[in-house]
Write a protein that binds this ligand. Structure first.
Ligand SMILES: Nc1ncnc2c1ncn2[C@@H]1O[C@H](COP(=O)(O)OP(=O)(O)OP(=O)(O)O)[C@@H](O)[C@H]1O
Ligand SMILES: [Mg+2]
Length: 316
């Protein structure tokens, strides 16, 4: 586990944002600065250290960008034979060069357990993405089968809404044969992720995938895969006991930060509270821990000035 001193020393060495206009057309997402090179069909994704909650950038966390980029690429690597992905290369710990794709305007959410928004809807007797789960399920229970609950992918600032498989196909949002191929990829990727995680005492509870079409009309996995931002992880060996007692599972994510923000009476509106150093360090430790449990590898922080390093690695 990383030395706390290293995190402390790097509290002021984080990557908030980049402005490399020579790299291409900039689209700044919540986490990544994307530079699009249309004529080359390439997208340079630079993972920043931004931490957002309630759709706002709250602070930066040392090494978060590197951690996310490297977790994603760990999985892209491991799953390339299951589903083709957008990665061309990883020239820097924070940077992925990808094939620029036409994203399908849906998010493929896949669930092994009933929790989160699906649980909230189920409790009210509602279907989720047109799927009616069997009666009598308890909160956090394993679903009888892995279930895809797609949602729309909206522009920045608009909330994604669940949508059914039938609606996606009938409305021509994605062609039926393409959707079926995507579905097959999703089930296989999720199964692979679950099996891999189980070996590291983790449950891959649910996650979301995005897919798109390359310039050559190939269906590929884009964006990110099995990161703490796009997935929910629980600790495997305590799950059953906690579930039987009706307790919350042990988690491996950043929910605690939302809780902390809410304690400061911040729920997305008004001035962003100052985030104390020890909270930022705690979050960094959690991200490092997640990385190490998920990948089973020790995290090796890239030290030194991040922007300068990226510039050098991208020949800017
Ligand atoms: N290969 C790709 N081709 C085209 N778009 C991509 C590709 N990979 C990722 N994207 C898109 O790039 C963006 C990645 O940046 P980031 O994850 O920070 O954005 P985000 O805040 O999640 O974005 P959004 O709010 O648009 O979902 C996402 O909008 C994602 O859909
Ligand atoms: Mg994203």
């Amino acid at each position: 586990m990383i030395d706390k001193e290293i995190l402390k020393e790097n509290l002021n060495n984080t990557l908030l944002e980049t402005n490399f206009s020579q790299l291409g057309e900039l689209y700044r997402g919540k986490v990544r600065d994307n530079y699009i090179q249309k004529y080359k069909n390439k997208r340079i994704l630079i993972a920043s250290d931004r931490l957002s909650a309630f759709d706002r950038v709250i602070t930066t966390i040392p090494f978060k960008g590197q951690l996310l980029n490297q977790v994603s690429n760990f999985w892209f690597d491991k799953t390339a034979d299951i589903a083709p992905n957008h990665v061309i290369g990883v020239p820097d710990p924070n940077v992925t060069i990808a094939k620029e794709c036409k994203p399908f305007p849906i998010e493929m959410v896949v669930r092994g357990y009933i929790t989160g928004s699906a649980w909230r809807a189920y409790k009210k007797g509602e279907a989720v993405s047109g799927i009616k789960f069997p009666e009598g399920l308890k909160k956090h229970q394993k679903l009888p089968e892995t279930t895809i609950t797609p949602s729309t992918k909206e522009e920045k600032g608009i909330h994604d809404e669940p949508i059914s498989r039938e609606e996606i196909i009938e409305q021509g949002i994605v062609d039926k044969d393409v959707y079926e191929q995507v579905e097959e990829y999703v089930y296989k990727l999720f199964e692979f992720g679950q099996n891999y995680c189980a070996k590291n005492n983790l449950i891959l509870v649910d996650c979301k995938y995005e897919f798109g079409l390359t310039a050559d009309d190939e269906i590929v996995l884009i964006d990110e895969i099995h990161t703490p931002d796009a997935s929910r992880f629980w600790i495997l060996d305590t799950y059953q006991e906690k579930f039987d007692k009706g307790e919350e599972p042990d988690i491996l994510d950043k929910e605690f930060f939302r809780g902390w923000l809410m304690e400061q009476a911040f729920m997305g509106d008004g001035e962003i509270p100052d985030i104390p150093d020890d909270i930022r360090i705690e979050l960094a430790q959690r991200y490092v821990k997640s990385y190490e449990i998920i990948t089973g590898k020790e995290f090796s922080p890239a030290l030194g000035n991040i922007k300068e390093r990226i510039k050098k690695n991208l020949n800017l």
